[in-house]
Design a protein around this ligand. Sequence first.
Ligand SMILES: NC(=O)c1ccc[n+]([C@@H]2O[C@H](COP(=O)([O-])OP(=O)(O)OC[C@H]3O[C@@H](n4cnc5c(N)ncnc54)[C@H](OP(=O)(O)O)[C@@H]3O)[C@@H](O)[C@H]2O)c1
Length: 279
Amino acid sequence: MRLLVTGSRGQLGRALERAAPSLGHDFAGYDLPELDITDAAAVHAVVRGAKPDAVINCAAFTAVDAAETEAERALAVNGTAVAGLAAAADAVGALLVQISTDYVFDGTSRRPYREDDPVNPQSVYGKTKFAGERAAAAARRHLVARTAWLFGEGANFVAAIRRQIEAGASTLRVVGDQRGCPTYAEDLAGALLRLLELGAEGTVHAVNAGEASWFEFAGEIVRRVGADVTVIPIATAEAARPAPRPARAILDTGRLQALLGGGLRPWQEALGEYLRLGA
Ligand SMILES: NC(=O)c1ccc[n+]([C@@H]2O[C@H](COP(=O)([O-])OP(=O)(O)OC[C@H]3O[C@@H](n4cnc5c(N)ncnc54)[C@H](OP(=O)(O)O)[C@@H]3O)[C@@H](O)[C@H]2O)c1
């Protein structure tokens, strides 16, 4: 398959670039500054030129707190630009793959969220990502993959915790009352490529198995790197972050498991591999 990937130098884009050739796919990656997805004319020109089988949009305004004060830019990148990608994909008969987030949910459900559960985003980021889902759904052929708490090559929670450990921190205060599904970008990339090969469309939740609070996630990182650091749980209110976050956004992966004949491995195992590779 010929894959055109936007946001190709982000965590997921880089993982797709590594995974695609070994599975026999051609990878053409674009990121800022060479392609700004908010430039619809440029998007059309690039997509028409490449004639891909699938456009995988990994580009996003991912700074969840900054989005609260940069709502216009966040909507332009996460929402409006996806309409341009959908039109461009339709023009060449390509599938549009849009990556979305657990933050489209409000986190009040007592059970894991299924793909067709009602969304209720609380943050500007979540609202703009849901706008992106709707824009992607206008494409004749689309796959919306919701994921969560990504770690891969680039800036992420694991890298931030490691940086603090390496800087000599003896205690880390980490939010204990938000739960989610840590997910390894390499595992997500592999799953996406298999979904493409299967011709999957619609919405699918794609996260590693298991769940954690940020506090538990940090504890596992500390344990695996063998650091002498005490992790202390704090409340969301104490962290005083600008954007509201879901308290418990666990994604049900039943559809992914049915499509792939099994789900992704537990996040702890994936974390171990990520740390061993020293990313
Ligand atoms: N990271 C997470 O925890 C998480 C959780 C759930 C869902 N997701 C979703 O998963 C997808 C991939 O996330 P990620 O962690 O790989 O993101 P990332 O590492 O932040 O990468 C996003 C990439 O998109 C680029 N980009 C930003 N604005 C752009 C624009 N206007 N045109 C073209 N490229 C642009 C960024 O460039 P700059 O760095 O120069 O801005 C960056 O290279 C995103 O859709 C995100 O919303 C992520």
